[in-house]
Design a protein. Structure first.
Ligand code: SAM
Length: 278
């Protein structure tokens, strides 16, 4: 990894001129992430993002943080927990988990899955916008996995999330942030693709607009057509490293997939960074 260059972060946002985050924007108009993740079709389309993948990812993170001098983590925050696949896996590894998400639909699935596996007493589920969490040094580990970062219009809101995560961690605790790898995505983006998911025809149109990847998902049910939008800000490794550091989170390890391959800017599909709270 190259050391982070201040220019990259400055290109995104000047740390000394961070604008005030927009107050409760989701109360004014519905954001794409509220509408899409509330719809049960999200789980159908992303069914391949399953428990097996979550197990690899959690095992990698636990191995990575165990290589440091600190005792094994006991209490984890799963931010943007979705249907709970990482929360449940973390609890199976003996951690207490606080799982936060905005989507009532996905939280409902997470709660049902935890109950089904008999781990519901070890996981506290909370509905909140990630910008509004207010934990204070409760956790030794925070995870934010599978592209759950970069959703907001303003990078100031992304930065606010990092600050909230830093406040939630005990000093020396770890944060695992799992993002798309910008460079690889830009080089490999497929503009349009069509697939069948059971009886649904799904057309996905993607483009990169400035520093965001925009996806329009059109779902044909046979009788109906629905359209959803995804929009994610892409961060270079240098920019995210600097943004993390500005929030008091020092990057210590980088992986390029959930099996522990080293991060490679051109070839890695994922950018999983582990940072330590100062
Ligand atoms: C791509 S999914 C990933 C879910 C989960 N981490 C996983 O790997 O299965 C993104 C998640 O972020 C949640 N989310 C989106 N915006 C959020 C916000 N502002 N605050 C909290 N959660 C949010 C969604 O509801 C969804 O569960």
């Amino acid at each position: 990894m190259k050391p982070p260059s201040p220019e990259h972060w400055r290109g995104v946002l000047k740390p000394d001129s961070i604008p005030t985050p927009t107050p409760e924007p989701h109360q004014q108009t519905e954001e794409w992430f509220e509408r899409w993740f509330r719809n049960p079709l999200y789980l159908k389309l992303y069914a391949h993002r399953d428990r097996t993948e979550a197990e690899h990812c959690v095992e990698l993170i636990l191995r990575a943080v165990a290589s440091g001098p600190r005792p094994a983590p006991r209490h984890a925050l799963d931010l943007a927990c979705g249907p709970g696949r990482h929360s449940i896996t973390l609890s199976r590894h003996g951690l207490r988990v606080t799982a936060v998400d905005l989507s009532p639909t996905l939280l409902g699935h997470a709660l049902a899955a935890a109950a089904n596996e008999g781990v519901e007493d070890h996981i506290r589920f909370l509905r909140s916008d990630m910008r509004h969490i207010s934990f204070h040094q409760e956790f030794d580990l925070a995870v934010q996995l599978f592209t759950s970062f970069g959703y907001f219009d303003s990078p100031a809101d992304d930065f606010l999330v990092l600050e909230r995560v830093r406040a939630a961690l005990r000093p020396g605790g770890h944060y695992a942030l799992d993002l798309l790898n910008e460079q690889h995505l830009r080089a490999s983006l497929m503009n349009t693709s069509t697939k069948w998911v059971d009886d649904l025809e799904v057309v996905e149109r993607r483009q990169i607009v400035d520093d965001r990847v925009e996806k329009i998902i059109t779902i044909h049910t046979g009788t109906e057509q629905m359209e959803f939008h995804e929009s994610v800000r892409l961060y270079s490794p240098e920019a995210i490293a600097l943004m993390l550091a500005d929030a008091g989170l020092v990057p210590v390890q980088w992986f390029g997939d959930y099996h522990g391959s080293a991060f490679h800017p051109q070839h890695s599909a994922r950018m999983l960074v582990i940072a330590r709270a100062e």
